[in-house]
Design a protein around this ligand. Structure first.
Ligand code: ADP
Ligand code: ADP
Ligand code: ZN
Length: 228
């Protein structure tokens, strides 16, 4: 690898994943986090954790998430502000599921500075609609450790059971068909405009996500290392 690439150099690396529900953001962010020792911050996981713990945030978010709507910006911005201030984020972090609206993007700028710096990467993962539906309907999830599987593309070793913690896998309530339509609509109306927003401002890279996860991951790492 080239020694002087932005990714290899010291200092915090911040990475954002844009993409529709089901595009593979969590899958890629998880791999990157494991291989590069960068904290992955999944707002969906944090909210589901808050719901499981019955916190005030969880109680507020639950009915909104059940309907496939986005949780209010001020709650998400406060959550991220607190999370990235922690010690484990000093070397940088991967945001999986944030920002999802323009006000959230502005909020992130206030928290972390302008996105013009050369270690701020934005990946936009693109996947055709039919494949998104296939992925979301087949996604299974571990309510204990939050690992994600797919019944066909990424099945656990033993059907219906988490490889990591042996917990019984479930389908997320919001992955059911009636809610998925609303989530995709929210994405189109509120998150997709972020592509335009970041396209001109940052190290922005659109990735064809309709390929095996390994292939997508290699492209992503190649981009980070400046080896495209
Ligand atoms: P997906 O895997 O489909 O991208 P997530 O697990 O990231 O879904 O998010 C699940 C739900 O959590 C969203 O539908 C939304 O209700 C809520 N949520 C997650 N991140 C955000 C955010 N940045 N802003 C508002 N709501 C969010
Ligand atoms: P997101 O976080 O964008 O909602 P996930 O990473 O949870 O997406 O992926 C959605 C579903 O698709 C999961 O069941 C996952 O196992 C599966 N999946 C992820 N990436 C791929 C891929 N490249 N090819 C096939 N299936 C994938
Ligand atoms: Zn598990």
């Amino acid at each position: 690898m080239v020694g002087g690439s932005a990714f290899a150099a010291g200092g915090p690396t911040r990475i954002i994943f844009l993409g529709s529900p089901g595009a593979g953001k969590g899958t890629q962010a998880g791999r990157l986090s494991a291989e590069r020792k960068l904290v992955r911050i999944s707002t969906g996981d944090m909210l589901r954790q808050a719901i499981a713990e019955g916190t005030p945030l969880g109680q507020q978010a639950a009915p909104i998430m059940d309907r496939g709507k986005l949780v209010p910006d001020d709650l998400l911005i406060a959550m991220i502000r607190e999370r990235v201030s922690r010690e484990d984020c000093q070397n940088g972090y991967i945001l999986d599921g944030f920002p999802r609206t323009l006000p959230q993007a502005h909020g992130l700028e206030n928290i972390a500075g302008r996105e013009a710096d050369d270690r701020f990467f934005v990946f936009n993962v693109e996947v055709p609609h039919a494949e998104l539906m296939r992925r979301l309907s087949g996604r299974r999830w571990c309510p204990k450790c939050q690992s994600t599987y797919h019944v066909d593309s990424n099945p656990p070793a033993k059907a219906g059971v988490c490889d990591r913690c042996s917990t019984k896998l479930v389908q997320r309530e919001d992955d059911k068909e009636s809610v998925v339509a609303k989530r995709l609509q929210e994405y189109e109306e509120r998150t997709k405009p972020l592509i335009q927003y970041y396209m001109h401002h940052a190290r922005f890279h659109s990735i064809d996500g309709f390929r095996p996860a390994d292939v997508v991951f290699r492209e992503l790492v190649g981009y980070l290392e400046g080896q495209r």
